[in-house]
Design a protein around this ligand. Structure first.
Ligand SMILES: Nc1ncnc2c1ncn2[C@@H]1O[C@H](COP(=O)(O)OP(=O)(O)OP(=O)(O)O)[C@@H](O)[C@H]1O
Length: 522
């Protein structure tokens, strides 16, 4: 069946007929999958029609970065349903594949296959995967290793499938290990459907794989209590390199999968934590994550404040400032109105540092009573149950222990300096708009994107020429540095005389920007 939302959607660029179906509105993991795939195709078609896809840039990533991220995070949440069929198939002594039939017209562009791998029995394609197809392989359980098999039989690009990976067609491929996975193969616009007839050298069952799927969502609740299953993907689309931290936060804030489960937990006295602390060096994305996260957790306006602003020289004023920060939350709480409030406090160490310090001055006293005020709000007589406080600090060690103890800023997550992979994710995000608007010179693309797994070829090429890609050149940089680099690169490209042509960011602009920002960092 086809989900209702999809039926209503205008997918005008499909080459085949429009979708038409009976009115089916029920949600299931399969209908959500179909929805996610339809979104991918729609966005990629739009990209193609505006000349931004692989065909026009010479790159094979015609599924654009943000769409690909969406689909990957959706696939990451797919699991197997706890059904007797799955149990029975899991105990099979051989590897096997199970087709997941997709509704027309998706089936003319996409093939979805579940596979179960038994040790020492890889699932290999005995025909090459369609050239220029975009492939997503997601782990549903176990340990899977994916590799490409070149024409001469050599194995290339061996990768462990952590959650979901992408790959391209044109070669044969192999998945080995032990466990279950799903493989989605998507053809570019106007391809022959026959290209999807890939043969695997292991038994293909004739059962319907869509019934074996389940969805384990990282979902959280919005203020009105409705499930927002897309939160993880919404956050990771804008915040790079922090998947593990985001998963932890969402797990802690909303360990339930639906409202009934939430109610059951509340009946057991288990409530969502009221405070989160994001700590780590400056510029690594604490504020950016806090803002993105909060906007998904509430429909109420988010209060963002810099802690030093709360401090006042006048006795009693700082406490009043803290109370004012929570005024609407108190009102709603007392009136019994539904809805979560989120208060984001930056530089929280400036205001809520350890009490009873040696200062003994008026400033120290004001701080002490401000801490007390805050503790009361989080976990005291006038405790606020409808409010989440997100504190941010570069100096966690300065914070008052009472504020850090369980029940207060209970969820503490370090937002550290990004490593290579993480930097690449941030680079993808900060350059995304420029790339999607065609503002990046073709030659600059391998330099900017050459560091990712899918770009191994480019990476090797750059290394051979003793040339570094952006990711490698920016070791030790923060997300804020990378965002500054984009601004600097754009300014260099605007400086150039374009002779009436639209400006475009060139590789040399990126190089100059690297130098400029690196100088500022010293
Ligand atoms: N992980 C990231 N993903 C995407 N963009 C990022 C990331 N980290 C930083 N940025 C970019 O850098 C800018 C500055 O980062 P942000 O203000 O969130 O850092 P911070 O850790 O809060 O720093 P500080 O401790 O100095 O307040 C963000 O607005 C964003 O554009």
């Amino acid at each position: 069946f086809i989900p209702h939302r999809l039926v209503k959607k205008e997918i005008s660029s499909f080459s085949t007929s429009r979708l038409h179906s009976t009115d089916v509105s029920s949600e299931s993991p399969f209908s959500e999958l179909v929805e996610a795939l339809a979104d991918t195709i729609t966005a990629s078609n739009e990209r193609h029609n505006s000349g931004l896809d692989g065909a026009s840039t010479g790159w094979s990533d015609w599924v654009d970065e943000s769409t690909s991220t969406h689909l990957k995070s959706f696939l990451t949440n797919l699991t197997l349903s706890p059904s007797p069929t799955v149990t029975w198939l899991s105990s099979s002594p051989t590897s096997l594949t199970v087709p997941v039939p997709l509704p027309s017209p998706l089936s003319s562009r996409i093939k979805a296959t579940l596979f179960k791998i038994t040790p020492n029995q890889p699932v290999e394609s005995s025909t090459p995967l369609p050239p220029s197809s975009c492939i997503f392989i997601s782990k549903l359980g176990g340990k899977l290793i994916h590799s490409r098999i070149l024409k001469n039989g050599r194995i290339a690009g061996e990768r462990i499938v952590n959650n979901c990976i992408t790959s391209y067609g044109g070669t044969m491929d192999k998945v080995e290990g032990k466990g279950w996975g799903i493989k989605i193969m998507i053809l570019p616009l106007n391809s022959e459907r026959e290209l999807l007839e890939v043969i695997y050298d292991c038994p293909e069952l004739t059962i319907d794989g869509s019934e074996l799927l389940s969805y384990s969502s990282n979902s959280t609740l919005s203020s009105n209590g409705t499930l927002k299953s897309s939160n993880f993907k919404n956050i990771t689309t804008n915040v790079g390199g922090l998947d593990a931290q985001i998963t932890t936060i969402l797990r802690r804030l909303t360990p339930y999968k639906n409202l009934e489960e939430k109610k059951n937990l509340e009946d057991l006295g288990i409530k969502s934590p009221k405070g989160i602390l994001l700590y780590g060096p400056p510029g690594c994305g604490k504020t950016h994550l806090a803002r993105t996260l909060s906007s998904l957790l509430t429909d109420n306006p988010i209060k963002v404040v810099n802690a030093p602003e709360l401090m006042s020289r006048f006795v009693g004023s700082s406490e009043r400032n803290v109370r004012d920060l929570f005024k609407e939350a108190f009102e709603d709480f007392e009136m019994g109105r539904e809805g979560r409030h989120v208060v984001v406090i930056d530089e929280i160490d400036a205001c809520f540092r350890k009490r009873g310090g040696i200062e003994g001055d008026a400033g120290g006293m004001v701080r002490d009573s401000t801490v007390n005020q805050m503790l009361g709000i989080l976990d005291g007589v006038r405790e606020l149950e409808n409010t989440l406080v997100i504190g941010m600090s570069n100096r966690r060690e300065l914070l008052d222990d009472a504020l850090l103890r369980s029940g207060r800023l209970e969820v503490q997550v370090e937002i550290g300096l990004p490593g290579g992979e993480e930097r690449q994710e941030i680079i993808d995000i900060v350059f995304r708009n420029l790339r999607e608007k065609g503002r990046i010179e073709e030659e600059a693309i391998p330099f900017i994107y050459g560091g990712r797994d899918d770009g191994k070829k480019e990476r090797r090429m750059w290394r051979r020429r003793r040339d570094m890609n952006l990711r490698d050149t920016t070791e030790g940089w923060t997300g804020a540095d990378l965002a500054a680099l984009v601004r600097s690169a754009v300014s260099f490209s605007l400086e150039r005389d374009t002779k009436g042509l639209p400006w475009i960011v060139m590789k040399e602009d990126c190089r100059k920007a690297v130098k400029e920002i690196a100088k500022m960092k010293i």
